[in-house]
Ligand binder design. Structure first.
Ligand code: S3P
Length: 197
């Protein structure tokens, strides 16, 4: 069968989304916000960044929340904010790297959204996170070792996402197209399964 055009895949995604959010998950540096913003543009949907919403609700930056209140408090805020944001689909929602590790958050995402894991290797993640100094978990003597540990802890859980897309070091537009094609295929499969059920 010839490859469907991207325009056609965009239409499929929009038609079958039915109020759900497209939720990007994955490690720091995987490109959730960058890809998410472009994906939203392409699908003509709102883009929401969960970390930015948490910062707005708290009136301070993520590093300052970690410093002043600790990680547990950040995680609680993260869970609440994401649950609230998921009520407003359809949209593209980028989550912070730890969000999908929370079981309640995973359940809320599966109820109201489609989880897309942007999977990247450690070289790409490190290349990206080195550009900015805003990740409290990586303020360590050996950030690469921290990242490797996070990969080992989190990848089995991220693997429960509905869709997995490899985030590679290629122009963002290619990754956005990969996500759109994967979403369209996922939704077609879901629709076909509903018909059989
Ligand atoms: C975190 C990732 C960050 C931010 C916080 C904790 C994590 O978001 O939520 O620093 O636990 O992986 P990004 O994944 O957008 O960098």
């Amino acid at each position: 069968m010839p490859r469907r055009s991207i325009a056609k895949e965009v239409e499929t995604v929009k038609q079958l989304l039915d109020g759900r959010s497209i939720v990007l998950v994955g490690l720091m540096g995987a490109g959730k916000s960058t890809i998410g913003r472009r994906l939203a543009q392409k699908l003509d949907l709102a883009f929401v960044d969960a970390d930015a919403e948490i910062e707005q609700a708290a009136g301070k930056s993520v590093p300052d929340i970690f410093r002043d209140h600790g990680e547990a408090s950040f995680r609680e805020g993260e869970r609440r904010v994401i649950a609230r944001l998921l009520e407003s689909g359809p949209q593209v929602l980028a989550t912070g790297g730890g969000a999908f590790m929370n079981e309640e958050t995973r359940n809320e995402i599966s109820r109201r959204g489609i989880a897309v894991w942007l999977k990247a290797d450690i070289e790409l993640l490190m290349k990206r996170v080195r550009r900015r100094d805003n990740r409290p978990l990586l303020k360590a003597d050996n950030p690469e070792e921290v990242m490797q540990t996070l990969i080992e802890q989190r990848y089995p859980v991220y693997g429960r996402a509905d869709i997995i897309v490899e985030s590679r070091d290629v122009p963002h537009s290619s990754i956005v197209s990969d996500v759109i094609r994967a979403l369209a295929a996922y939704q077609r499969a879901r629709k076909a399964a509903e018909r059989i059920a």
